[in-house]
Structures are given as C-alpha cells and as structure tokens.
Design a protein around this ligand. Structure first.
Ligand SMILES: Nc1ncnc2c1ncn2[C@@H]1O[C@H](COP(=O)(O)OP(=O)(O)OP(=O)(O)O)[C@@H](O)[C@H]1O
Ligand SMILES: [Mg+2]
Length: 276
C-alpha cells in the first residue's frame, strides 16, 4: 500500500528565495528513491508543488520523468522515501487512451458513477460542459476513431477536467501533435489552468513548451533534480519576448544540448507557420 496522506503544512520554496509567500504544497516528495532491480532511476528526490503551481519537468529520454509522474499519479509503489499527494488527481498521457467502443462523452465520464454525479442527465451535462471547455462539444457523440490527434487529446483533457483535480499530470501530452496544433493546445492548457487552477506537473522534451507554460522548470538527470528554476516572464509567453531566448539557452545547456542556430530556428518556424 502506498504511503500517501492528505496534508497541510507551510514550507519554504527553494526556487522562491524572494520571500513572497509560497503556495501551500499539494505534493511533497521527501528522499524519494525508485529502483528497478539494481537500476536506481530516482535517487533521493525532494520535490514540492504548490497549490495551483504549474511545474514543467525536462530531462533526457530514460532519465525517469514518467517514473516520477506515475508516482504522483499513484500508479507506482512507494517503498523508499515519503510521498504525499492530494486525493483528486488526473493524468493525460502522450496518447489519449480513449476507449474505442465508447462515444466521446462517455469516455469523458470514464470510471465515474453517474449516480455520484447526480444521475444520467446531470452526468451527460457535465461531460458536455467539459467538452465545451476544450472546444469539442460538437463531437460529444462521435466515436474516438473519428477524431483527429488534437481532438482526441482535447477529449483526454476534458476527461481530466471533469474530475476537478487538485493535481493534473501531463506526460508529453502534445508530443505527437503537429507544431501548429501543439501551439493551439498550449493556449488551451494555459486557459484551462487559469480557469481551474490545479497544480500541474507537465513532463516534456520541449524546452519552449516548458518556458511557455510553467511557473517553474525542473531538469532531471542521473536520478537527481539538477535544475529548479522559476520562470518569471509575463504571460502570454512568446519565443520572441525578452528573456525567453536566454532561458531557452540555459535549459538546453543544462540538458547538454547545443542550442540550434536561432536564425535557423526562425526559418523553420516561418516555414511551419507560413508554409513558405
Ligand atoms: N517497470 C519498469 N521496469 C524496469 N525498468 C523500468 C520500468 N519503468 C521504467 N524503467 C526504467 O527506468 C528508466 C526511466 O524510465 P522513464 O520511463 O521514467 O523515463 P523517461 O524520462 O520518461 O523517458 P522518455 O523521455 O523516453 O519517456 C528507464 O531506464 C526505464 O527503462
Ligand atoms: Mg516518459
């Protein structure tokens, strides 16, 4: 059985040395270690996520990002260290994981008892409302196989939303989408987050995505959180705004990736957006 309890306490936020009041933590990992046989993937990790805080987690493939996320989702066992989580949690994975034999609105309600939601009619209304928040109410009766990749991820987001999570976990949710759809999904996630204010942990490989959305960015390497940096840029964030490029360079350097030539990046972006 997992070591999880609801909790309330005041803590210092190491990424917020300014002294402004840290939000109450909804997640706390203390000396959390995860091994698979003799492979230590996470090595005594300490992590707190505040109420309503948006945290992005970067790291190379195999560094243990999904392992952390699965722990925060309550999907993995905790045998070393302490893990405290809120009970209302929801996860969106890279693939939407919709059941093909259930219509979209039924997928949104998956695992929820209509009775507990006030009956069948109220449940349907709830699903419809969540779908409308992600711009998909017109596809409520569709089968999942008829949705585009972006629409399917919207349905997965609606399924997460309907649970009113205190903690929303996103594991590379936009990785399989094309660049333009991804940008639209960023705007959607930002507005859903502003409206519902869950704490978010978003795993991503995309440094720009992390800077665009997060209050704080973490980098995981060799079992440790080697970077924990607040992003203080004003929202709505754009790659061209002052400070964005410097942060991108910093994170890429920490990831051990050479920043691409920026002129080349702009050329690629122009090509994607203008088709030229
Ligand atoms: N159930 C498991 N059994 C054995 N090893 C595992 C298991 N789950 C994960 N691992 C190992 O733990 C390490 C971290 O895996 P994890 O999936 O967390 O990486 P990741 O950072 O999410 O990678 P990616 O970016 O490719 O998704 C990998 O070496 C992986 O092989
Ligand atoms: Mg992963």
């Amino acid at each position: 059985m997992q070591n999880q309890t609801l909790f309330a306490f005041k803590a210092l936020d190491p990424a917020n040395p300014s002294g402004s009041p840290a939000p109450k933590p909804v997640v706390q990992l203390r000396a959390f270690t995860r091994r698979f046989s003799n492979n230590t993937v996470l090595d005594s990790i300490d992590l707190e996520i505040g109420e309503g805080e948006f945290v992005a987690l970067l790291g190379r493939s195999g560094s243990g990002k999904t392992t952390i996320l699965r722990t925060l989702a309550g999907l993995d066992t905790v045998s070393e260290g302490e893990v405290k989580l809120p009970s209302a949690r929801a996860v969106v994975f890279q693939e939407p994981r919709l059941l093909p034999w259930k219509r979209v609105w039924n997928n949104v309600l998956l695992g929820l008892e209509p009775k507990a939601l006030g009956g069948a009619k109220a449940a349907r209304t709830l699903a419809q409302k969540a779908l409308s928040e992600v711009g998909l109410d017109h596809r409520a009766d569709a089968w999942p196989s008829t949705l585009s990749g972006g629409e399917a991820q919207r349905a997965a987001l609606a399924r997460a939303l309907v649970r009113e999570p205190k903690l929303l976990l996103l594991d590379e949710p936009f990785a399989s989408l094309d660049a333009l759809t991804r940008i639209k999904m960023h705007a959607l996630v930002a507005s859903l987050w502003q409206a519902h204010k869950p704490a978010v942990l978003m795993v991503t490989h995309d440094v720009d995505e992390a800077i665009a959305l997060a209050d704080r960015v973490l980098i995981l390497a060799e079992g440790k959180l080697i970077v924990e940096r607040r992003v203080d840029l004003p929202r709505k964030r754009q790659p061209g705004q002052p400070g964005f490029a410097a942060l991108r360079r910093y994170f890429l350097e920490q990831l051990g990736v050479e920043a691409e030539d920026e002129t080349q990046q702009h050329a690629v972006a122009k090509e994607i957006i203008l088709g030229s």
